[in-house]
Design a protein around this ligand. Sequence first.
Ligand code: SAM
Ligand code: SF4
Ligand code: SF4
Length: 334
Amino acid sequence: MINDQLSRNFKYLRISITDKCNYRCSYCMPKDIFGKDHQFLQKKELLTYEEIIEVVKILKRYGLEKVRLTGGEPMLRKNIELLIKGLKDEALVNQVSITTNGSLLDHDKIRLLKTNGLDAITISLDSLSQDTTDELNPTNNNIPKVLSSIDSALKIFGTLKINMVVIKNKNSHEIIDMVKKFLHKNIELRFIEYMDVGESNNWDYENVFTSKENIDLIKEYYSMSKIVVTKDSTSEKWQLDKYPLSIGFISSISKPFCSNCNRGRLSADGKFYTCLFSDAGYDFAGYIRNKNLSLGEYFEKIWLERNDQYSQLRFTKKIIKNKKNKVEMSYIGG
Ligand code: SAM
Ligand code: SF4
Ligand code: SF4
C-alpha cells in the first residue's frame, strides 16, 4: 500500500487501450475537432498487451486491485480477450472490468470476454431516442444494437452498469424514460454529471444537470432509498423501492470526490496520469521498455508526491474554468 500527499492509497488503474472511437459524442470527441485531419496515435506508439500486463504486474506490488479497460472505444482493439486473460492469469488482478459504448458487442463476444476472466461490464447509453442521439452521439445510429448488448451482458453477467452523461436540455428530458426502460432489470443505471474534461467539448457549467436536480426529478415519479457505499466509491447509490433497478449518481461537479480518489490512469501510448484533469503524463512506456530503469521506483516517487484535487479546487474556489491544456477524455480514458 502506498499513500499520496493527501493520504490516498493507490488501488485502481483505468487503462485506455486506444484513443480511437467509432462514435463522435459531442461531449467527448466532437466531430468538428475529431475529424479526418485529427492525428490519432499510431499503432507503433501503443503499448502492446504484454507491456500493459507488465506495467500492471509492477503496480500490483503497490496495492493495485482493480483495472478498468476503456478508451476511446476499447472494443476497437483486436483480441481484447487476450489482454483480459493476461491481466487475470498473469498479473493476478482481483477485478478487471470494461467501459464500452456497446456498439461492437454481441452475445458471443460478451461470453468470450467473460470466459477469459472479465468480471464486470459498463455500457454507455445517453438516450433511447434517435433524435436526441443524433445530436449527442451523432454516429450512433443503432440504439437497438446497444440495447441488445445490454440484454446479453445482463444474461451473461447477471448484472451491469449503464452510464448516461446528462446534459441540461439535451438529454435531461430522457431521465425518466431511461429509469422506466430498465426498471425491471438487475441493472445499476448511473447518471454522470457532464464534466469539463479536455479542451474540445466547449463545456459550460450552465449545461450541467446536477445530481440533486436529478434525484429530485426521479423522486417525483418513484420512491427510492439511499444505499450505503464504500468510502472510495465515486457514486452515490439509491435503490428503487419495489424494483430491481438501482441508480448511481456521479457528481464530479456538484460533489467532488477527490479526497477518496485512489485511481491512476494509463493512456494507450503508455503515459501515466495521476488525475483526469492532468495536462501532462509520466512516461511509463519509456520505463517499461528500458530494462535499466525501474518502473516500480518511478511510480513510487510519483504517487508519494501526488496531490491532485482538481474537482475539489474547482468546487471550493467556485472556479468554472481554471486550467488549460487538459488532456482529452478519449486519450486519457474515461
Ligand atoms: N467509449 C467508451 C464509452 O463511451 O463507454 C469508453 C470511453 S468513454 C470516454 C468512458 C465514459 O466517459 C463514458 O461513459 C462516457 O459517457 C464518459 N464521458 C465522456 N466524456 C464525458 C464528459 N465530458 N463528462 C462526463 N462523462 C463523460
Ligand atoms: Fe467514444 Fe466513448 Fe467518447 Fe463517446 S464517450 S466519443 S463512445 S470514447
Ligand atoms: Fe481524482 Fe482528479 Fe477526479 Fe479529483 S479531479 S477525483 S483527483 S481524477
